[in-house]
Structure formats: structure tokens, C-alpha cells
Ligand binder design. Sequence first.
Ligand SMILES: CC(=O)N[C@H](C=O)[C@@H](O)[C@H](O)[C@H](O)COP(=O)(O)O
Length: 221
Amino acid sequence: MRLERGLIVSCQARADNPLHGPRFMGAMALAARDGGAVGIRANGPEDIAAVRAAGLPVIGIHKVFSDDYPVYITPDFAAAQAIVAAGAEVVALDCTPRPRDGESPAVLVRRIREELGAEVFADISTLDEGLAAADWGATYVATTLSGYTEATRPKPAGPDLALLEGLARRLSVPVIAEGRFNTPALVRRGFEAGAHAVVVGTMITNPREITRMFIAEGVPR
Ligand SMILES: CC(=O)N[C@H](C=O)[C@@H](O)[C@H](O)[C@H](O)COP(=O)(O)O
């Protein structure tokens, strides 16, 4: 198991974000490391190669968007292969049963472990999806997609602590808390609910979104 108990920082910025690109995401990863993170989550081969400079385990994802199906987090084997080649030791992928254009997540989990020799981080949205992913051989199961699937909408304001607790009670693989852990107190509650590690993205690495949150609270502008 590559991921230690602790805080994992997600360093991601989409193409429309002024901080998009490996230079900025690499710097974010160094800052997160210096602040005490035990791992980095990053998107796409370029950013993954850049965040490796922090010397922490990298959970790689490869977001590939399609008009034809809803799955976008590492939707197929080629996407996984590209991020492992860029240096991800752990591959995160959508393990929901939603339609996709290719192999099932069960097959992908096996192939990523056997053919790429990488650990698998299962992004799921419900207890049943988490139990299934662990059965397929996922190394970690994470609450990442809670609030983002038909089964779990509308998205609540806070993290899905009930799902986290349920997974931690039922699974022997490490359970990771991810999604809307926006304060240190919530992160602590994640560990109390049984998380092995907690992933924080937006509130650490997305200054545009953080600024919007301040403005939304009625700040004059
Ligand atoms: C649903 C989805 O696509 N989640 C993505 C997964 O990589 C990221 O956009 C999130 O920022 C990440 O999960 C961390 O969550 P938060 O930013 O809430 O701390």
C-alpha cells in the first residue's frame, strides 16, 4: 500500500482556469508537500509528470469527457496506461456502473493491477458501488463521486460522512474520504468516521473557487 494515513491534496485546474498547466500544478504540489500532505492527486499525464517533483505518491486520473456517456474519470485502459507512463503509482478511476464506451470497471481494475502493476483507487458514489469495487480488487475505495451521480443527486453542501462510515464499517481495504471536505474540522470528522486518508481539492488548490465562495457570502464588489 503506497498511501500513508494523512491528507492528500488534489492539484487540478481545468483548461478555463488561469492556473491550468503543469507549471502551476507542480508548484501546488510542492506547496502541499511542504504543508504536510502525504500524497497528491493530479489529472492528466503532463500535470502528473510535474507533480512528481514533490516526491510524494501520486494518485493519477485522466479526465476524458464524452458527449455519449457520463463517465470521465479514467474511463478506459488507454487513459490509465498514459498516466502510469507519466509516473502515477496509483490510478483512480470511476467505478460506478454507469454506461461507458469500453471495458467494465471490473475488467479495468484487474488490468490496471495486473498489466500496469499500479494500485487502484476506486471513485464511487454509493455503498454498493464501493463493496463491488473492493470485490474486484481495488486497493482503495473513495467517496469521490457522491453527489455527482443520478443515484446521489442533488449534491449536498457537505461531504458524505454516512457513506464514508458505511464503507469503513464494511470494507477491509482502506477507505478514502473525498469530496467537499472543505474545512479542517470536516477533515477531522472524516478520520473519525474511519477514513485512512482524506483528499482535499478545491479549498486548498482552487483560489478562483475560494474567491467565489467569499464573494457569494455577500462581500461587496
Ligand atoms: C466529481 C469530480 O470530478 N471530482 C474531481 C476528482 O478528481 C475533482 O474535481 C475534485 O476537486 C476532487 O474530487 C476533490 O474534491 P473537492 O474539490 O470537493 O475537495
